[in-house]
Design a protein around this ligand. Structure first.
Ligand SMILES: [Zn+2]
Length: 413
């Protein structure tokens, strides 16, 4: 790499030129794509070259080009095609790569960087992106079909409306990615903030209206997409994670709809409140409220994705009802003798307290009730009859939910 020929410029000259992109004449900039294509026609192997800040558009590069350890930082490359190319160790940080075609390209090895890159509408079908760094990149409307992204870093990546399917990707790659907020994702009225700090960067000449996205999408749709992706590649553990997340987002959305009546939180609601009267809006909110309640209940059960939850829930229910039985009393048969076990706070602190043994009896009674065994040696009396009925029903519900969850788990594999 040679230095830029301009005075007091520390930048390296752009590949095939004597100046850096900023100091290249207008004519030089205009002729550059042709020059580059000519070179690639004869030699497709480019190593350690500078492409920083270059601006090129609508170019179809020859297939199977090799860009090894090249610098594309802050480059503005739109509507270009790089089919089956290799980008080993190449740096695309802060690059603007809108609607580029990277089908079956190879980004592996040499710590390839795609940080802060704008990759909207770019196509990575069949590309190899293992261990690449995509931190803080904009991947909206990008296509990842049959892409390999194992070990890729997707922290703080914008994934709304990206298309991901049959892509090898683990949930670990997605931690902290920008999906925390279930609200409407501002796309239309949010002008894209360019990651480039360099004022001279030519990318800023792009009209922000050019970058406006399609319809707003919700986090739950992204999780849904990820869920289908994980299923398509057989990562059932990750699929469960995505499904659970999706349902949490749905619950939050319903809560917003029920309480604040956020008309943007439901596409159907948008149409309704614009066309019809307020009664209908109230009705839809009421429905949303009940749906939210159901979702809340389901969330306690881990949305049927976590069998362990039922174990905790069973233990909690048994202990809770054991304490209730102890407080309100029940009949207990020892041999031929029938005693009534009932505790109060005063008895707990008296010296002749039989609290521990009473508690064991009560716990036993609770387990027998929970499992609907009913040996008959412990009988409810008074209000305890109501509690034991509730516990038996609760036990039955938890029991059957557990079986359903377990079956779902097993049918995954
Ligand atoms: Zn220069």
């Amino acid at each position: 790499m040679d230095k830029c020929k301009s005075k007091s410029c520390n930048e390296h000259a752009v590949f095939l030129e004597q100046h850096c992109w900023d100091h290249l004449s207008e004519r030089g900039k205009a002729d550059y794509p042709k020059k580059l294509l000519n070179h690639l026609g004869s030699n497709r192997n480019i190593q350690y070259e500078n492409f920083r800040s270059i601006v090129i558009k609508d170019i179809v590069f020859p297939e199977q080009c090799r860009f090894e350890n090249c610098y594309f930082n802050g480059a503005c490359i739109s509507h270009c095609s790089f089919l089956r190319s290799q980008f080993r160790g190449t740096d695309f940080s802060n690059a603007f790569l809108k609607d580029c075609h990277f089908e079956y390209s190879d980004f592996r090895g040499g710590n390839t960087k795609l940080m802060n890159a704008y990759l909207r509408e770019s196509n990575f079908e069949g590309a190899l992106l293992q261990n690449t760094n995509l931190t803080n990149s904009d991947l909206r409307d990008a296509i990842f079909i049959k892409t390999d992204m194992v070990g890729a870093m997707l922290k703080d990546t914008k994934l709304y409306s990206a298309r991901i399917f049959e892509t090898r990707l683990r949930k670990e790659s997605l931690c902290n990615f920008e999906l925390k907020n279930p609200r409407r994702i501002k796309v239309g009225d949010e002008s894209y903030k360019f990651a480039h700090s360099d004022e001279r960067n030519p990318c800023t000449v792009y009209d922000p209206s050019d970058i406006d996205g399609p319809k707003p999408l919700y986090a739950r749709f992204v999780y849904n997409m990820l869920m289908n992706n994980f299923r398509s590649i057989g990562y059932y553990e990750d699929e469960r994670w995505a499904r659970k997340k999706e349902r949490i987002m749905e619950r939050k959305r319903l809560y917003r709809l029920a309480t604040f009546g956020d008309r943007f939180s439901d596409e159907i609601a948008i149409e309704r409140c614009e066309k019809e009267d307020k009664d209908k809006l109230f009705e839809s909110r009421k429905k949303a409220f009940w749906r939210w309640c159901c979702r809340l209940l389901l969330s306690f059960l881990g949305y049927g994705e976590a069998p362990l939850v039922f174990l905790y829930l069973s233990a909690l229910t048994i202990v809770l009802f054991a304490l209730l039985f102890l407080l309100f009393g029940f009949e207990y048969t020892i041999g031929s003798e029938i005693i009534i076990i009932r505790c109060n706070i005063k008895m707990l602190f008296s010296e002749t307290s039989s609290f521990i043994s009473d508690f064991w009896s009560s716990l036993y009674f609770s387990i027998v009730t929970f499992t609907t065994l009913g040996y008959g040696d412990a009988k409810p009396i008074g209000i305890t009859k109501l509690f034991s009925s509730i516990e038996a029903l609760t036990g039955f519900f938890i029991y059957s939910s557990f079986v359903a969850t377990l079956l779902k788990r097993l049918s995954d594999k």
